[in-house]
Ligand binder design. Structure first.
Ligand SMILES: [Cu+2]
Length: 94
């Protein structure tokens, strides 16, 4: 668990810091096999404005870094839903 938080903190701290860059953590409870994260990651990466996608399969979490002038949390959750994986923001917005 400590490792996960360290990894998340590292991601947040080293993310490029420009004004419109935001990081959100999405909960994707329906990821149930190792192929799911690949599908989810691909769907999110295709959304214009997304710069980074980190999947934590064990926790069913996806951390997405995006430019909020080009896309929105709604667009991100829609992208995962369209790929077959409904997702929900877990609250870690930055
Ligand atoms: Cu799967």
């Amino acid at each position: 668990m400590k490792k996960l938080f360290a990894a998340l903190a590292w991601t947040v701290l080293t993310a490029p810091v420009w004004a419109a860059s935001k990081t959100v953590t999405l909960s994707v409870p329906t990821m149930d096999c190792p192929v799911c994260p690949i599908t989810v990651k691909k769907a999110l990466t295709k959304v214009p404005g997304v710069s980074q996608t980190e999947v934590n399969f064990d926790q069913r979490l996806v951390t997405v870094t995006f430019d909020d002038s080009r896309t929105s949390i709604e667009a991100l959750t829609r992208a995962t839903k369209d790929a077959g994986y409904p997702s929900k923001m877990t609250g870690n917005t930055k």
